[in-house]
Design a binder for this molecule. Structure first.
Ligand code: PAF
Length: 300
C-alpha cells in the first residue's frame, strides 16, 4: 500500500496506471474506517487493478460545525486497517493507494464556489434537514473522480440518499463511471456500522440495535399493513421505546424522520404498488444520546 497526500502524486500514479490500461476503483471515505468501509475496499480490490481509497473529512459537506469538529479522525488506525485487508482478500488489484489530502490540498483556492442541484431526490429526507450537504458531497466526489479517474466508484447503502445524489451527479457531468452501491454491514446485534457509533455511551450502544430490530419488524408488517400504518408504527415504537423498555436514565430515541420511498426516485409512496422495479426503501434518522443515527430497510 502506498500513501499519498498530494493531488499531483495521485494524478501521476493514475496517469501511469492508465498508460498500462489498468482499471481503477475508487472508494471515497472520510476515514474512521469500520468493517462497512472495509467491505467496500475489499470489493474494489476484487474488481479493479488499482484501488484508490480517499480519506478526507470534507468540511464543506457539514452544515453543523460541531458535527465537523466531533467527527472522529483516526488516520493511523485507518491506514493499518486498510493494510490488513491486503492479506485477507483475494485481490485482482496489484496496487492500493491511500489518498490523504489536507483541506488546502483539496481546495487550494479556498472554499469552492460551485453548487450542485439534484431536484426531487434531494428535496426529501436529509436534503431539507442538512442544507448544502449534498452539494458539498458532490463537489468533493467530483474532485475525487477528476483526480482518480475511476472506472468504478463504491458507496455504502447506509447513506442511501447519497447514492441517488451521486447517480444524478454522474448523469449531470456525464462521466462514464460505474456506481457500485454496497450493502450495509451490521454489528452482530444488527446495528448498522457507522463512524458515529463510537460516540454512543455504553448504555446507548446497547439500546441502538432497537432501530434495526424495529425496521425488520416493519418489513414483516409491510406484507399486510398499509404504508402509512407502517410509518406511524415505526415512529411510535421508537419514540415510546423508553416507556416500555428498561433504559438508562434519560436515554430515549428521538426519531427525526422515517420515510418510505421509491428505491430509485426517493419520492415517498402512499401505496406499496407505487414503488417501481426496485421496490420501496424505508429510510430513518434517529437521535440517541446526542448522536444522529441513520439506517434503511428494503421492502421487496
Ligand atoms: O459517505 C461519505 O463518507 C462521504 O459523504 C463521502 C462520499 C466520502 C464524501 O465526502
Amino acid at each position: 500500500m502506498k500513501q499519498v497526500n498530494k493531488a499531483a502524486e495521485l494524478t501521476a500514479a493514475v496517469e501511469e496506471a492508465k498508460k498500462q490500461g489498468l482499471e481503477i476503483g475508487l472508494v471515497p471515505t472520510m476515514g474512521a474506517l469500520h468493517e462497512g468501509h472495509l467491505s467496500l475496499i475489499e470489493r474494489a480490490l476484487k474488481e479493479n487493478d488499482l484501488v484508490v481509497v480517499s480519506l478526507f473529512v470534507n468540511p464543506i459537506q457539514f452544515n453543523n460545525k460541531e458535527d465537523l469538529e466531533k467527527y472522529p479522525r483516526t488516520i493511523d488506525a485507518d491506514l493499518k486497517l486498510i493494510e490488513s485487508l491486503i492479506g485477507r482478500t483475494e485481490c485482482r488489484a496489484k496496487e492500493l493507494l491511500a489518498f490523504t489530502p489536507t483541506v488546502d490540498e483539496m481546495y487550494p483556492d479556498g472554499e469552492p464556489k460551485e453548487v450542485y442541484h439534484f431536484g426531487p431526490v434531494e428535496e426529501v429526507m436529509e436534503g431539507p434537514r442538512r442544507p448544502g450537504h449534498f452539494s458539498g458531497v458532490a463537489v468533493v466526489v467530483r474532485r475525487l473522480f477528476d483526480l482518480a479517474q475511476p472506472k468504478r466508484a463504491y458507496f455504502g447503502e447506509k447513506d442511501y440518499q447519497q447514492i441517488a445524489v451521486i447517480r444524478s451527479l454522474l448523469a449531470q457531468i456525464k462521466y462514464p463511471i460505474e456506481l457500485v452501491p454496497c450493502p450495509i454491514v451490521r454489528a452482530d446485534d444488527g446495528l448498522a456500522l457507522s463512524s458515529r457509533n463510537m460516540r454512543l455511551s455504553p448504555a446507548a450502544r446497547q439500546m441502538a440495535p432497537a432501530i434495526n430490530a424495529t425496521l425488520e419488524q416493519a418489513a414483516e408488517m409491510a406484507e399486510y399493513e398499509e404504508v402509512d400504518d407502517v410509518k406511524e408504527w415505526v415512529l411510535d415504537t421508537l419514540a415510546s421505546w423508553h416507556e416500555v423498555n428498561d433504559c438508562a436514565d434519560g436515554l430515549r430515541f428521538e426519531p427525526e424522520y422515517f420515510e418510505i420511498v421509491d428505491a430509485i426516485t426517493l419520492q415517498p409512496i402512499a401505496d406499496w404498488d407505487e414503488a417501481g422495479e426496485l421496490g420501496a426503501v424505508g429510510c430513518i434518522a434517529v437521535w440517541l444520546d446526542g448522536v444522529r443515527l441513520i439506517d434503511i430497510v428494503k421492502f421487496q
